[in-house]
Design a protein around this ligand. Structure first.
Ligand code: NAD
Ligand code: ZN
Length: 352
């Protein structure tokens, strides 16, 4: 095994609210059941921005290295790890580890484990050159796949694939993807298309409209900022005017979480994935009852969902736009993300 450096570059949140500080920190050592992954590329998820800003009712560790869409190469492993080889390609996901013996872990609902380790939140994540993860939870990445393009699949892809499965939408049915122009939304369109589900994209701006209609598979685009009546426009986009069978909410504002129940089709399902700070769901009781609608939360995916989401990518079905910049440029990415100016995903190259 080649010897590892003692120090590495990382982006560190030193206090809640930020900013991120690009600096050298020690390379960590894996524990007995852990691996050390040399992160080559890491996607930047809006969750990382929520973590820096302290948006959620769950404290982060401090100082914190964010990031949970890390794709790289295993360079060290603990003495209990015998099923991951040095040189294997691996992904470090949001769920860095879980207890593996609680009620939820035992039935492969490990995102619901009451003692999870969360990459880039409760443990240091992938905005560094060398990152630790529990061997049981790393994503296995076939060596022929590009590590930059697959990075966003490791959170955004897995999460939206799971959300689409939870929605119960079937081939030929319609889904409204709310926040379609962002990281999760762009991948949601590719997974929905691959699953044979028809797409109404909701977001704002000409860049995102062009991307959704011309490269991701949406048949309709509704601009939430210019539409006079989003509810009517979404329903009118389905051929019988009764609305989409499912709604995938990946927006970072509260308003759509209070609208979706109004336009979803009778018997339809609203899937909440986005996590806007301090937001509440709202649905009219009368319509919810007489339309027999379902409203559900969906949270990342288990190890099997992860393997399936990667397999969709491996089969060439998932092509979502991403832009590569250096790890040193994370602050610029957060700025654009905060302003809603990112169409697709930014991916950080840890060598720059
Ligand atoms: P992003 O910033 O890339 O995209 C968000 C998109 O929402 C933007 O394109 C923005 O224009 C759009 N938007 C804002 N207001 C809107 C509105 N009123 N209607 C429609 N679209 C609107 O963010 P992302 O990385 O895709 O993450 C989205 C959200 O999902 C974040 O809150 C993130 O924390 C959350 N998330 C949840 C899970 C989970 O497991 N549930 C996993 C990953 C991310
Ligand atoms: Zn994420």
């Amino acid at each position: 095994m080649a010897s590892l450096p003692k120090e590495q570059w990382a982006q560190v949140v030193e206090k809640t609210g930020g900013p991120v500080v690009y600096k050298k920190i020690p390379v960590p050592k894996p524990g007995p059941d852990e691996v050390l992954v040399n992160i080559k590329y890491s996607g930047v998820c809006h969750t990382d921005l929520h973590a820096m800003q302290g948006d959620w009712p769950l404290a982060t560790k401090l100082p914190l290295v964010g990031g949970h869409e890390g794709a790289g190469v295993v360079v060290a492993r603990g003495e209990l790890v015998d099923d991951v080889e040095i040189g294997d390609h691996a992904g470090v996901k949001w769920l860095n580890g879980s207890c593996l013996h609680c009620d939820f872990c035992m039935q492969s609902d490990e995102p619901l484990c009451p003692k999870p380790l969360l990459s880039g939140y409760t443990v240091d994540g992938t905005f560094q050159e060398y990152c630790i993860a529990k061997a049981a939870h790393i994503a296995r990445i076939p060596k022929n796949l590009p590590l930059d393009a697959i990075a966003p699949v490791l959170c955004a892809g897995i999460t939206v694939y799971k959300g689409l499965k939870e929605s119960g939408a079937k081939p030929g049915q319609w889904v409204a993807i709310v926040g379609a122009g962002g990281g999760l939304g762009s991948l949601a369109q590719q997974y929905a298309k691959a699953m044979g589900i028809r797409i109404i994209a909701i977001d704002t701006g000409d860049d995102k409209k062009e991307m959704c209609l011309n490269s991701l598979g949406a048949e309709h685009f509704i601009d939430f900022a210019t539409s006079k009546n989003v509810v009517k426009d979404v329903q009118a986009a389905t051929p019988d005017g009764l609305g989409p069978h499912a709604v995938i909410l990946v927006a970072v504002n509260e308003k759509p979480f209070q609208q979706a129940a109004e336009y979803v089709r009778p018997r339809g399902t609203v899937i909440c994935i986005g996590l806007p700070a301090g937001a509440y769901l709202r649905a009219p009781v009368f319509e919810s009852v007489i339309k027999m609608i379902s409203i559900k939360g969906s949270y990342v995916g288990n190890r099997k969902d992860s393997a399936e989401a990667i397999d969709f990518f491996a089969r060439g079905l998932i092509k979502a736009p991403f832009k590569v910049v250096g790890l040193s440029e994370l602050g610029m990415v957060y700025d654009k993300m905060h302003k809603g100016q990112i169409a697709g995903r930014y991916v950080l190259d840890t060598t720059k």
